[in-house]
Design a protein. Structure first.
Lengths: 252, 1054
């Protein structure tokens, strides 16, 4: 048991709020999250929880498998929607309007699920992933002093992640994504960090898409998290043959 | 910024100021202000620039007079504000011709009308407006133009006016050669002469500058003087020569300039003089010839200083003015683009014009009523009705549900619109209730159909809301009074004590008790009546401009004590603060008791306290004499002594102060630079900025029953902070707590109201308040570790909802939609209207806030919509039926889930069983599947199969019943009975399939040494799905309201 992990990491991070360079901010971030080695030791993960969109809620499950596979399922009115990526192909099943077969994702959706498939987030091994990461400075964001870290992906999509200066944990991200040749903005509030095995995982994300007073907001709350369970295998992520998706409810 | 000096006796300080509550902007956290527009009339536009690329939509940057900078990336369909954190008054917007992502903004509008705001210098963005750097020239106050050297992006010239209301400031032409790090004042005449316009040739080799003697005073305006002139530089701004050949001799006023892009030696200028006209040079400014002097060229040069030559036709010249006229003969003659007179088809008063260099048919015009776009050189125009830069002077609210907001606007009359509307507040919801420049407007508290509005200079009107008939009701001079002097922005005040009593202020205080049919003066002249302050009839300088904008020595603010109708405060524009304590018989000017206040400072607002009749708050505004400091004071002894409430946090000259009607320590202060709050009666202040740009706040109103703060801005419309109950309850103890729950108003369970409506991206739709109960808590710092959630419990202890909590420092608002979880449906191929759970009954609910290991408890109260036409009994019937259907759906799902699980287990066993058993198991599974398919739609298709089974029938009925809060129809009740029978029948089949038939299958499995197939019990299913029976024995809390005898009777008899 690693019950002391979080406390230890916090003690290590706290009190070291002197001006840092990017490497120091990232080291501090890895340290709080459980340490680089422990992060990389996670081979698979399964998070279950609830998505909230205004008055609607839906249960979801997200599964990850290293290096870059992801599958998200969510249930609405007894039907299960799936979005998945096996490292090459992104696909989705959206049975809600009567179409129960898997479909390959368009490029914009693919880009989005590829980001989701980054198990450790964009900061860990950013160079190897082809991102550019830059420390833009220290800003006060929503009343909290933060390192502004800008992540630019190979395609040019940029996200500014705000990491608190005490623990170097991301608590807010803002960015734009190119969709169909146009830019769409988003804001994510990240929080409720908790220990899961040897690492620390954010259990809450509240996302707003677009701008303006009527921009939709979606909250994701993780209620149970497991890592390295051994039962998450590559076949979960491969796009099924057309008829195989017909028995959606079997997934329940 | 002014540092307050307080020399008050200690006992007074101890007695007056409450315990300090130290706050900062982040204290208010996520308690955001909600903009309700309006965009329908938009507001004054002061500057436009754009970027055109072949084959792509134009990018537009719109600078508004007091509502910041807006950007459209799609050629003018959607506009987003990009300058909200900075001064909202915009003088110039200019793109770097070499790099269109570099945007220069000069703050401080240059159309210097009486109500013009003030800027704080120059800003640059290098990323198309995503972020801005302030680059100095803070003292330039107003910036008419910026030009960027096309050969060197680091070299930029700024045309600066300096102080408008006083001498000095940064005036003339400034040059930077290092991108704005350093500035050099390369053209400066004297401390009274401003730059009025600046042009650079397309090659970047010649600069032209208009220099302008201009000054405003509260009662007077001067445009023109001997130091005005037209200058040229041919060495990059280092040296300048005045151009005179062919230009008028004698005093000149405002000069506007335009170089013909297609023939840069042709330069046009409008030159204000004794005989204002357009001038043209064909030799790069060496000599000029007088051309057209039609009315639109001559009118109000200080306000209409825009001139544009077509990018490809040097003979085509546009003159935006009262209207826009165009010349096609190089300025010899101009003709109207909009017809003549006042009956033009677009809003008059045109200030900015952008012509696409790629397509000169495409024009973008900025007016006092927003932006217009033409695709045919100005023959036809489209109004942009989604730019909410409306400029309110004052606002009021009514007591309707939902309540309406009323207000008057710069050059856009008076309007009323709702605080919320089905689907959001749109342009169509706003109603025009006045004209001209609107100021104060109110509904009559006794007669909702009667509205009081006014236009400039004391033109008071009574409007019939239904017929829109108008009766002029302004007071006339009584015997011996002489001419009445009404301010541009004349105060109307409704008595808070005597319903129906109206006050109106000239130099006298007038009162009417009969809706303005008759008036009585209850004061002598309350102003200084200084003849030196009554020069408005000669105002304007070279061009007389007596629009009532300079009316002075008038009453500007009135406040009757809500606690004593005989206590009336009056403030005047020339600095008198008058008080009567006997209903107007005697008046005393108490302004001399106000410490550290320059004599004669305009009283911008006096506010009698709603808590104590000896107490009042007052703001003063010296900006019209060049004093930009914030002045705010409080008296607790009828004005005998005053406590200064200023702090370094405050910014901008003050417009309005309000004391909260519930918590006397809570103050709201509106200044030219935003909204400030104090929780300790003015000792500590913090800017309120969540959702509210740094915009001039001219008025704030506290809604008496909704407890909203309604904010009237001059530049960004109306904002509402929904429910300020949490603010009223913040104490120092709250601030000192790591986490604290705060009370909120009872939540109204609003009637469902939404019809089908399709808009588009150019439709303006403002957000409604959340249709939710709100839980508010304070966090001392951002929450990072562990759970942060809000749980809602019924009084039987059952968990009804778990809500993700906000994490930010300060206040967090969590919305609970006041519903049970949605029912769980069986799988199907069809969606039904069952996404939402049924509404919970009204009443009190226990709230548990969990932050890590800490838990706090509170209560939220849910109340029926006060408008509800449904009796409590009918609402209960609806809830009863909804919950019964909810349970029926869950019953079906429970059975279906078991059928699916058993089916799959049978199929799974069949894979390993003997042929005979496998065959039996498959047959059993097929029977289960056939039964399942008989209950739920299974046909595949793209959305519309029309297939309906029991699941869909139940879902549709559930959706219809939950969407209406009143008595269900008899048909719906009968339908419930029919579906109940179907469900019972299905239950029988399921019991057989999962009972005897499963037992038989399990016996065969046992014989084959295979594990038995088990079904899930209902309790186990409920736990798994987080469900509980609403109408069964388990739902005790709700059972007591379900089917009491009379309800059952009603269900069967009506």
């Amino acid at each position: 048991m690693k019950k002391l992990l979080l406390t230890t990491a916090l003690l290590a991070a706290a009190g070291s709020t002197f001006a840092k360079d990017l490497d120091e901010v990232l080291s501090c971030n890895y340290e709080t999250l459980g340490g680089y080695d422990n992060l990389k030791a996670v081979e698979s993960a399964r998070y279950k929880g609830t998505m909230t969109m205004g008055p609607m809620q839906a249960p979801f499950t997200i599964e990850f498998l290293r290096p870059n596979q992801v599958r998200m399922e969510f249930e609405v009115q007894g039907m299960t929607g799936i979005q998945a990526y096996d490292g090459e192909t992104g696909w989705a099943v959206m049975p809600f309007l009567g179409k129960t077969t898997a479909e390959e994702m368009a490029d914009d959706q693919l880009k989005s699920i590829q980001e989701m498939a980054e198990m450790d987030g964009p900061l860990v091994d950013w160079k190897e992933k082809g991102h550019t990461v830059e420390l833009k400075g220290v800003e006060e964001v929503e009343g909290t002093e933060a390192y502004a870290v800008e992540v630019t992906r190979a395609g040019g999509d940029a996200t500014t992640m705000y990491l608190d200066t005490e623990y170097c944990l991301p608590f807010l991200s803002k960015g734009v994504r190119e969709m169909q040749g146009n830019e769409t903005s988003f804001t994510s509030t990240i929080g409720d960090y908790k220990e899961v095995g040897d690492i620390v995982v954010a259990h809450s994300m509240i996302q707003t898409f677009g701008e303006g007073p009527t921009a939709p907001t979606q909250a994701i709350t993780i209620e149970s998290a497991e890592i390295n369970t051994g039962d998450i295998t590559a076949d979960r992520f491969a796009m099924p043959e057309a008829p195989a998706a017909a028995e959606q409810e079997a997934a329940e | 910024m002014r540092t307050p000096t307080i020399f008050l006796p200690l006992f007074l300080l101890a007695g007056s100021a409450g315990a300090a509550i130290e706050i900062e902007s982040s204290t208010f956290g996520g308690l955001n202000a909600r903009n309700i527009g309006p965009a329908v009339m938009s507001g004054r536009i002061s500057a436009i620039d754009g970027h055109a690329v072949e084959g792509q939509p134009n990018t537009l940057y719109i600078g508004s007079a007091s509502g910041g900078v807006w950007k459209s990336k799609d050629g003018g369909i959607v506009y987003l504000p990009i300058f909200d954190d900075h001064t909202q008054s915009i003088g110039a917007v200019k793109l770097d011709p070499s790099n269109p992502d570099t945007v220069w903004v000069g703050t401080g509008e240059s159309w210097v009308r009486n109500t013009v705001s003030v800027g704080d210098g120059v800003y640059r963005s290098d990323n198309g407006g995503d972020s801005w750097t302030h680059l100095g020239l803070e003292d330039s106050d107003h910036i008419p133009a910026i030009v960027v050297d096309p050969n060197d992006s680091q070299t930029v010239f700024v045309c600066a006016m300096g102080h408008l209301w006083a001498a000095g400031g940064q005036r003339g032409v400034f040059r930077t050669t290092d991108g704005g790090q350093n500035w050099e004042n390369v053209l400066h005449i004297d401390d009274d002469t401003s730059c009025s316009d600046l042009e650079l040739t397309p090659a970047g080799d010649v600069l032209y500058a208009g220099m302008w003697h201009v000054r405003r005073s509260p009662d007077f305006f001067v445009s023109g003087g001997p130091t005005s002139g037209l200058y040229r530089s041919t060495d990059g701004g280092t040296t300048w020569t005045e151009l005179t050949e062919g230009l008028p001799e004698g005093d000149k006023g405002r000069i506007a300039l335009s170089v013909a892009p297609s023939k840069p030696e042709w330069v046009y200028a409008t030159v204000e003089s004794e005989s204002t006209a357009l001038y043209r040079s064909e030799d790069g400014g060496d000599t000029w010839a007088r051309k057209d002097d039609s009315l639109n060229v001559q009118m109000r040069p200080f306000y209409f200083g825009e001139l544009k030559v077509d990018p490809s036709d040097h003979l085509r010249v546009y003159k935006p003015g009262f209207s826009t006229t165009v010349s096609t003969d190089g300025g010899e003659t101009f003709s109207g683009m909009f017809g003549a007179g006042f009956s033009i088809s677009v809003h008059p008063d045109h200030h900015a014009l952008w012509i696409s260099p790629l397509n000169p048919q495409h024009l973008v015009l900025g007016t006092d009523g927003g932006v217009y776009i033409s695709e045919d050189k100005g023959f036809h125009w489209r109004h942009i009705a989604n730019l909410p830069v409306s400029q309110f002077y004052h606002i009021a609210v009514d007591s309707r549900i939902p309540y309406n907001v009323y207000g008057g606007l710069q050059d856009n009359g008076s309007w009323t619109g709702p605080s919320q509307a089905p689907g959001g507040i749109q342009n169509k919801h706003w109603q025009n209730i006045g004209f001209g420049d609107g100021f104060w407007s109110f509904p009559d508290p006794n007669d909702d159909n009667t509205l009081y509005t006014e236009y400039q200079g004391g033109q008071l009107m009574r409007v019939n809301r239904t017929t829109l008939e108008i009766k002029r009701i302004q007071p006339a001079p009584e015997a011996g009074q002489g001419k009445l002097r009404f301010n541009w922005n004349t105060p109307i005040h409704l008595s808070p004590n005597r319903s129906g009593r109206i006050y109106y202020g000239s130099q006298y205080l007038h009162v009417s008790d009969d809706q303005g049919e008759s008036w009585k003066s209850i004061s002598p002249d309350l102003t200084t009546n200084d003849p030196q302050g009554q020069r408005q009839e000669d105002s304007g300088g070279l061009t007389i401009d007596n629009s009532t904008a300079e009316n002075y020595t008038t009453i500007y603010t009135i406040s009757e004590s809500p606690l004593d109708r005989k206590v009336i405060w009056v403030g005047t524009d020339d600095g008198n603060l008058q008080l009567t304590r006997n209903g107007g018989r005697d008046w005393s000017n108490v302004v001399a008791n106000v410490p550290d206040l320059p004599k004669g400072t305009w009283v911008s607002r006096v506010e009698a306290s709603p808590h104590d009749k000896a107490t009042a708050y007052v703001t003063f505004d010296g900006h019209r004499r060049g004093d930009m400091a914030t002045y705010v004071y409080k008296t607790e002894d009828f004005g005998q002594s005053w406590r200064a409430l200023m702090s370094d946090t405050l910014d901008g000259y003050a417009w309005v102060i309000r004391q909260d009607t519930v918590n006397p320590q809570l103050l709201f202060l509106g200044t030219e630079q935003g909204l400030f709050l104090s929780l300790d009666d003015g000792s500590n202040w913090a800017r309120f900025s969540e959702g509210l740009p740094k915009v001039a706040v001219h008025d704030v109103v506290i809604h008496p029953t909704e407890h909203d703060l309604v904010i009237g801005t001059h530049g960004r419309g109306v904002f509402i902070i929904d429910d300020i109950t949490p603010l009223r309850n913040i104490t120092q103890e709250t601030i000192d707590s790591k986490v604290a729950l705060l009370p909120t108003r009872p939540a109204s369970m609003q009637l469902n109201a939404q019809l089908q409506e399709f808009g588009a991206h150019d439709s303006y739709v403002a957000a409604n308040p959340p249709q939710s109960a709100t839980i508010v808590y304070y966090l001392q710092k951002r929450h990072l570790f562990g759970d942060l959630k809000v749980e809602v419990f019924g009084d039987d202890g059952r968990l009804i909802a778990t809500l993700p909590g906000g994490k930010r420092k300060g206040l967090n608002r969590v919305e609970w939609p006041m519903r049970f979880k949605a029912p769980k449906f069986p799988p199907s191929t069809s969606l039904v209207p069952g996404f939402l759970g049924p509404r919970v009954p009204e009443g009190d609910y226990r709230i548990v806030l969990t932050k890590g290991k800490e838990q706090l408890e509170s209560t939220v109260t849910l109340a029926p919509d006060p408008r509800t036409p449904h009796s409590a009994r009918d609402r209960k019937l609806q809830q009863t039926l909804a919950l019964e259907l909810y349970d029926m759906i869950n019953d079906l799902t429970y059975q279906t889930d078991n059928i699916i699980a058993v089916r799959d287990a049978a199929r799974s066993h069949a894979e390993t069983a003997s042929d005979e058993l496998a065959s039996e198991l498959k047959a059993y599974a097929d029977a289960l599947e056939a039964f399942r398919v008989s209950l739920s739609a299974s046909r595949e298709g793209a959305a519309i199969t029309g297939e309906e089974k029991l699941r869909e029938r139940l879902g549709n009925l559930y959706g219809n019943v939950t969407a209406y809060d009143g008595r269900p129809s008899r048909t719906q009740l009968q339908r419930r009975d029919t579906l109940r029978e179907e469900l019972d029948a299905a239950d029988e089949v399921a019991s057989e399939l999962l009972g005897d038939r499963l037992a038989a299958v399990n016996a065969q499995l046992a014989e084959a040494d295979l594990a038995p197939i088990e079904i899930m019990g209902r309790d186990q299913w409920n736990d798994k799905e987080g469900m509980f029976g609403m109408t069964g024995a388990v739902g005790k809390h709700f059972f007591k309201m379900v089917f009491p005898r009379y309800v059952e009777g009603a269900l069967t008899t009506f």
